[in-house]
Design a protein around this ligand. Structure first.
Ligand SMILES: *Cc1c(COP(=O)(O)O)cnc(C)c1O
Length: 386
């Protein structure tokens, strides 16, 4: 089995926090910072991006997290948020205005679909959804668009997109390109190196890696981050807390090692699922042979479908013991999510229904447990649903 390719400097970036002093940076758990004189206060007010005044503006622990992710993603600037959706909403609302059009790939994260078709539509921002693998359709939809919004691989269907070409299409149309890179993490995909302008993470997933915090970040071109900081970030107020930033810094120290394990275990489980008689289809980006891809490895999240339909998917999930049932992913634990639950979720619009997600599909997150233990649990559960 080929090993994933992890950039040489990654282990150093995730472990290197400071020069001298404590090995672990402190949690600067304060809402505000005080000044000795009006002169000093004024200096801070004149350059709030460099001086800590209030934790919703700048906090040293949060800043350490922001700088680390920016280095891993090769980004000029970054801004942390209270959640992935905090980062996504501030990016969309900070860079788009009434009358603008955003072109978005199908099968994006459900709440990204919901903000585009709900709140943003209400504000007069149009969203057009296209198949991201169809480059001609994307290019055509880009006429008059201000932004191209990507996810690769896409949520639930795990379609791998051609980032260099898509970034070039956006650039040619004079639009900003944005990608949600939560699935691959910067360990396996650095979209900025392929021409994408902004990279978003739900840091609740692999960056944290321990299922103990909800957080987000956007990084990329300095002019765009500065616009998000000016227009959306302070007014929407989804600031990252110092304690959560500290948990993220701690989790990220093992990011490359965890990703290597997710890669190996995920591929090994996916290959065996593909050959199992109860399984009709396995959607894992590593099972397709592709020459040109911007992924240097694969994470532990993918999906498969059961020949026995939705009832079999339900029986399979109920029979799991080590693999637990839950939303989210990216932590140490293996998780299963039956798509039939996404299909019944109430709301304005249901993206699973709109995108036609099949009800016999199960999304699996292969965690950091022993891969043979994980497979034994899955195999035993598959026996229950034939
Ligand atoms: C979870 C997730 C989000 C949302 O992140 P939160 O931290 O839960 O707000 C966005 N994009 C993707 C791909 C996700 O999986």
């Amino acid at each position: 089995m080929p090993d994933p390719v992890i950039p040489d400097d990654f282990a150093t970036i995730v472990t290197d926090d400071t020069g001298g002093g404590p090995a672990v940076p402190p949690i600067v758990q304060t809402s505000l910072f005080t000044f000795e004189s009006v002169d000093a206060f004024e200096t801070a007010f004149r350059a709030p991006e460099r001086h800590a005044i209030y934790t919703r503006g700048l906090n040293p622990t949060v800043r350490a997290f922001e700088e680390k992710v920016a280095r891993l993603e090769r980004a000029e600037e970054s801004r942390g948020f209270a959640s992935g959706m905090g980062a996504i909403s501030a990016t969309l609302l900070g860079l788009l205005k009434s009358g603008d059009k955003v072109v978005c790939v199908r099968n994006v994260y459900p709440d990204t679909y919901r903000i585009m078709t709900g709140l943003m539509a209400r504000m007069g921002i149009e969203a057009v959804f296209v198949e991201g693998t169809d480059l001609d359709a994307v290019a055509e939809a880009m006429t008059g668009a201000r932004m191209l919004y990507l996810e690769s691989p896409t949520s639930i269907t795990f379609d791998v997109l051609d980032l260099p070409r898509l970034a070039a299409i956006a650039n040619y149309a004079g639009a900003i390109s944005v990608i949600d890179n939560s699935w691959a993490s910067p360990t396996f995909q650095r979209p900025i190196e392929h021409g994408v302008d902004l990279v978003i993470h739900s840091a609740s997933k692999y960056l944290s890696g321990h299922s103990d915090t909800v957080a987000g970040i956007v990084c990329g071109r300095a002019d765009l981050i500065s616009e998000i900081n000016r227009v959306a970030y302070p007014s929407l107020g989804a600031k990252l807390s110092p304690f959560d930033a500290w948990l993220l810094l701690r989790g990220m120290r093992t990011l490359p090692m965890r990703m290597r394990q997710h890669h190996r275990s995920g591929l090994s489980v996916a290959r065996r699922l593909k050959d199992h008689p109860a399984v009709s289809e396995t959607r894992h980006p590593g099972l397709e042979t592709r020459n040109e891809t911007t992924l240097s490895g694969f994470s532990g999240l993918f999906a498969f479908r059961l020949k026995g339909g939705a009832p079999a998917a339900r029986r399979f999930c109920d029979a799991l013991k080590l693999v637990r049932l839950g939303v989210s992913w990216g932590g140490h634990e293996s998780l299963a999510f039956p798509a039939q639950l996404g299909l019944i979720q109430p709301g304005l619009t249901n993206p699973f229904q709109v995108f036609g997600v099949p009800d016999d599909l199960v999304r699996l997150h292969v965690g950091l447990e022993d891969p043979e233990d994980i497979w034994r649990d899955i195999e035993a559960a598959l026996d229950q649903c034939e």
